[in-house]
Design a protein around this ligand. Structure first.
Ligand SMILES: Cc1ncc(COP(=O)(O)O)c(C=O)c1O
Length: 427
């Protein structure tokens, strides 16, 4: 067992939302891919910021100095989280979508007509539309297909799409609709072979496994703290030399060096404080429960080591959770899973499992589960290319079960029982 029952039970108690009830019954949160519940230390850190540091940046007085410290700490924390060489390579923004549009607009300045950008159909639209927008600058967009049988990336198609004209390859670390993990290091290698940059959308992967931008050798990578137990905040890693070179859209008094040149306006300092706490929480999972996983990361130390061990433990736990969920779902008549179901390939997916149920729309299924206090998402989850490609757009999309490390085996069984009842009763 990667995270035993006792560990999960201890960790759950640290999340105030997980202690809530509605109508006198517990709530089962399987909506993590839309946003995870927040660790208690995150709430405390944000509260502390408002009481003990609330100010604007770069002033000559105590609270402003504390605010600067909060920003510095958050950059260090995210650099540790992603194993970025330098904290200055972390750009904060309201969310991943805004940061990606910001980056694409800057990159657009460097493109010539006919330059190519590769996007995939296994993507959230935040890693498609910002690149499509560059068509107005003459960029040509190449779309790489997915294999509908198991919702993996069409790698042959990807290699064919990357050519000497390619300037950037935009790929997801994990798909938020199907749970598929892509081999982003391999994609980065192929992009670099032709002199292109690679942008990795790690939003969905971040709560499920360790991220190492140096090992991936990516040029840019984005994530969002609200998907890994923190507040609503986006973070973009960019190689320092690229952030330095790229033009940015900024106000004149703002700093010209990275990351300042990409951070427009006053940030949510309280969210920065919360993001540091979220990273520290994940490090504490490693410190408390990651012992046997730490061995694989002996070249790290301190918080970076704890983060790697914690997320490796969470990742292994997720694979166990996912195998049981998939096996249980497969027993329900009329239920069709879209994604990898082979248990021997569970390391190629995160525990996000989407499906349809014959005779009912995804909204009807999610609504019925909702009345049982089981929170799940339905629709396209903004992974528009996925639902379009699978022929599910216009038919309500999918029902998505997103497991996080704080979910229990009992919760999975409750879900499977409820779904079996829904399938039996039908429409
Ligand atoms: C894979 C993926 N990419 C991007 C996003 C967009 O992130 P944000 O809400 O931070 O803009 C999401 C949000 O659900 C996502 O799941």
């Amino acid at each position: 067992m990667a995270l035993g029952k006792k560990a999960v039970s201890t960790l759950r108690k640290e999340f105030p939302a997980l202690q809530q009830t509605a109508g006198g019954r517990p709530i089962i949160f399987f909506d993590g891919p839309g946003g995870t519940q927040v660790h208690g230390s995150v709430i405390e850190a944000m509260k502390r910021y408002f009481v003990e540091a609330n100010s604007n940046a770069h002033g000559a007085f105590l609270y402003s100095r504390r605010t600067d410290e909060v920003t510095t700490e958050a950059r260090r924390a995210l650099a540790d989280f992603l194993n970025a060489p330098r904290p200055e390579e972390i750009v904060f923004g309201p969310n991943m979508t805004t940061l990606t549009f910001r980056l694409s607009r800057s990159i657009g300045q460097t493109l010539s007509a006919g330059d190519e950008i590769v996007v995939t159909r296994l993507a959230h639209d935040a890693n498609v539309s910002p690149w499509l927008a560059l068509q107005e600058r003459g960029a040509v967009i190449r779309h790489v297909d997915l294999n509908p049988a198991d919702c993996t990336l069409d790698l042959e198609g990807l290699w064919a799409a990357i050519t000497s004209r390619t300037k950037l390859v935009a790929v997801a670390y994990a798909c938020n609709a199907t749970g598929t993990i892509n081999d982003v290091a391999l994609v980065a290698e192929a992009a670099h072979d032709v002199g292109a940059w690679v942008f990795v959308d790690a939003v969905h992967y971040a709560p499920h496994g360790p991220i190492d931008v140096q090992a991936i050798d990516c040029d840019f990578l984005a994530c969002s703290a609200y998907k890994f137990f923190g507040p609503h905040l986006g973070a973009l890693y960019g190689r320092y030399d690229l952030l330095h070179e790229l033009p940015s859209y900024k106000v004149r008094p703002a700093g010209d060096a990275p990351p300042d040149k990409f951070e427009t306006g006053t940030p949510s300092f309280e969210a920065l404080a919360g993001a540091t706490a979220a990273v520290d929480y994940l490090a504490s999972v490693g410190n408390r429960y990651g012992g046997r996983f730490a061995e694989g990361f002996s070249h790290f130390d301190g918080r970076r080591l704890d983060l790697k061990a914690g997320l490796a433990a969470i990742g292994a736990h997720g694979q166990e959770q996912c195998r049981r969920l998939v096996a249980g779902l497969q027993e329900i008549p009329g239920l069709r899973i879209y994604g990898i179901t082979d248990p021997s390939r569970s390391d190629h997916r995160v525990p996000t499992v989407s499906f349809t149920l014959e005779g009912l729309t995804p909204r009807e299924v999610a609504g019925r589960l909702g009345t049982e206090n089981i929170f799940v998402w339905d629709g396209n989850f903004y992974a528009l290319s996925v639902t379009q490609r699978l022929g599910l757009e216009g038919r309500g999309g999918l029902i998505r079960i997103g497991l996080n490390h704080y979910n229990t085996a009992d919760e999975t069984e409750a879900l499977l029982g409820a779904l079996a009842d829904i399938a039996r009763l039908g429409s």
